[in-house]
Design a protein around this ligand. Sequence first.
Ligand code: SF4
Length: 337
Amino acid sequence: MRPFKYTSTNSTSGAMNLLMKNPNAHFLAGGTNLIDLMKEDVERPDELIDLTRLDLTSISTITTGLNSGGVSIGAIGKNTDAANHPFVRENFPLLSKAILAGASEQIRNMATNGGNLLQRTRCSYFYDTALACNKRSPGTGCAAKEGINRMHAIFGWSEDCVAVYPSDMAIALSALNATVKVTQADGKVRTIPINDFHRLPGNHPEKDNNLNRGELIISIEIPKNDFAAHSAYVKVRDRNSYAFALVSVAAGLVLDGNRIVSAHIAIGGVAHKPWRALKAEALLKGQMATSANFEAAAEAEMADARPLSHNKFKVNLGKNTIVSALEIALRGTDIKA
Ligand code: SF4
């Protein structure tokens, strides 16, 4: 690993000041992805600004505004604490299940909520500095496009990058219509809907998200919803622990008897960002909650997939995982506070 300077602060303004002074500085929170990337020489900051002393760890009920009745989750809080918080488990079990499906217990104890959103792709070519990668070194090419791309995208990829975004937590946040609250260098605060937070690769795969330099995530807000009792997170992976999704699906059903008032579905492991299944959601709205309708909606959603040479299996897998998540959501959420 290259040498770097370590700095620490207990205020967001202090963190911003340090960041704006040094274009090669990087914020450090849990470090569970960044430190790996530094060891592999993919990330090369010459200064790490430790954020773990910032007072941004609380989890609280939102009592005013558009998200009233929802929850605010501090950016520097640990993934484990968010997943196990009684209010989250009771009202947002989809989020708890998604977080608990990610990584290992040890990593979840270190990883922060804001950092989870900012984790980078696990494309193996991105990690190998001997190989072409537009995300790591813009303009060098994409070794994965014609390489072993079994884990890669089937939606929204570009000629410049076919990587997928690895977070489980963000897939649930997408279905939950969360917003990301960020503070800017001048102290102003802006909110970004989660579904606009991450980007498709286009011509600039080096940019994973729409956060600008000098912006810091302070919290994630989730509005109240009516599908806590009927939600599911299904993650399909090569082994049962400590593996990234081949395909994952976060699903929530608002039901009136057996009729679907609204469906909320996001897919992971298939694109450069959480993939909101808008087509399936539209088809399910107002329909009866039957296996036939679930299958028709899943089929329609996956019809637009553009698989690569090694990941055609993800189209069927995606369809089956959507159906499975909807069936589980219909039966009832199996996580209790
Ligand atoms: Fe790099 Fe993206 Fe290609 Fe992977 S898919 S090698 S991250 S450009």
